[in-house]
Write a protein that binds this ligand. Structure first.
Ligand code: ASP
Length: 310
């Protein structure tokens, strides 16, 4: 038996000071929701990561579900992935609108179709056919996301000069291991402010925005999607672990390599199949939290680790 662990992130980027408490509250709440499921004997590791992601998709402090950032046309196009490590099953969606929980639609792709990835109108029709509630995009779009797009269009803010070089708004991700050693990962995002309609980032790409294999570990990424995808960041991290590195060293090395080769900034959370944690980001900040042995660890600035008991 293994001590269950769940580790989440709330997005890498240049997070402004006033958003810090909102994000910290959100990641701790998400990790508690997932840990409750893992602590239950019948709890399934996929249910745990999905529950943690749903908490953050409902929370406008994050760029996923409600609070998703907008395309250059002011529309919402959300991407998500979920993967399990026992049989390497995965499901993903891209360009989704009008749903509160893209991660649930990704899980339905995995559980109920022979496919791994549905995009655009096909993904939306699939969600409706599966009975996923329709949510008007107006209910998902926040004033903050509208303002971010205004700033982008008028040349203010970090993301203006170079699209998404430094995202500020917080994709969400989760990785977990249950008492039987089964692992899962999930990642969900609205993408980058001002993206072209139809743009798909790293998040729903297997091996880029997430990867999971019970034989080694689970990983979820956040940050500049084009850079993450070009180096298949999560698969790279898992590969480094397969060749003997621990999750901490593997995550740091892969992110350093990504930055050297692409110039992009990003972060990732990694869990080994022994329940060891790896957290690293080369952006200014990344909110994260994990629960293990009845304690929650969390942080947002480099080298931070606050501990509280559950
Ligand atoms: N990786 C996401 C994307 O490029 C954005 C983020 O993580 O903030 O779509």
């Amino acid at each position: 038996m293994i001590e269950p662990v769940i580790l989440v992130h709330g997005g890498a980027g240049d997070i402004p000071e006033w958003r810090v408490p909102l994000k910290m509250h959100g990641v701790r709440k998400a990790v508690k929701a997932g840990y409750e499921i893992l602590s239950n004997t019948e709890g399934c590791v996929l249910d745990a990561v999905e529950a943690a992601i749903k908490v953050m998709e409902d929370d406008e402090a994050f760029n996923a579900g409600k609070g998703s950032v907008l395309t250059i046309k002011g529309t919402i196009e959300m991407d998500a992935i979920i993967m399990e490590g026992e049989n390497l099953k995965t499901g993903a969606v891209a360009g989704l609108s009008n749903v509160a929980h893209p991660v649930t639609v990704a899980r339905l792709v995995m559980d109920t179709t022979p496919h791994i990835f549905l995009a655009g109108p096909g993904a939306n029709d699939f969600a409706m056919e599966k009975g996923v509630p329709f949510v008007p995009d107006d209910e998902l779009i926040t004033d903050f996301a509208r303002q971010a797009l205004e700033d982008f269009i008028h040349g203010k803010g970090e993301a203006t000069s170079e699209l998404g070089k430094e995202s500020k708004y917080g994709t969400v991700g989760a990785v977990a291991i249950d008492r039987y050693g089964h692992m899962a990962c999930a990642t969900s995002t609205g993408g980058m402010t001002g993206k072209l309609p139809g743009r798909v980032g790293d998040t729903p790409l297997v091996g880029a925005g997430g990867y999971c294999d019970d034989a080694s570990g689970a990983c979820s990424a956040t940050g500049h999607g084009e850079s993450i995808a070009r180096v298949c960041l999560c698969h790279h991290i898992i590969g480094l672990m397969q060749s003997g590195l621990g999750p901490k060293q593997a995550t740091e090395l892969a992110l350093t390599n990504m930055h050297e080769r692409t110039g992009g900034t990003a972060g990732a959370i990694t869990l080994s199949n022994k329940g060891q944690v790896g957290i690293h980001f080369n952006s200014k900040r990344m909110a994260w939290a994990y629960a293990q042995n009845g304690e929650i660890h969390s942080g947002i600035n480099p080298d931070e680790d606050e501990i509280e008991s559950i």
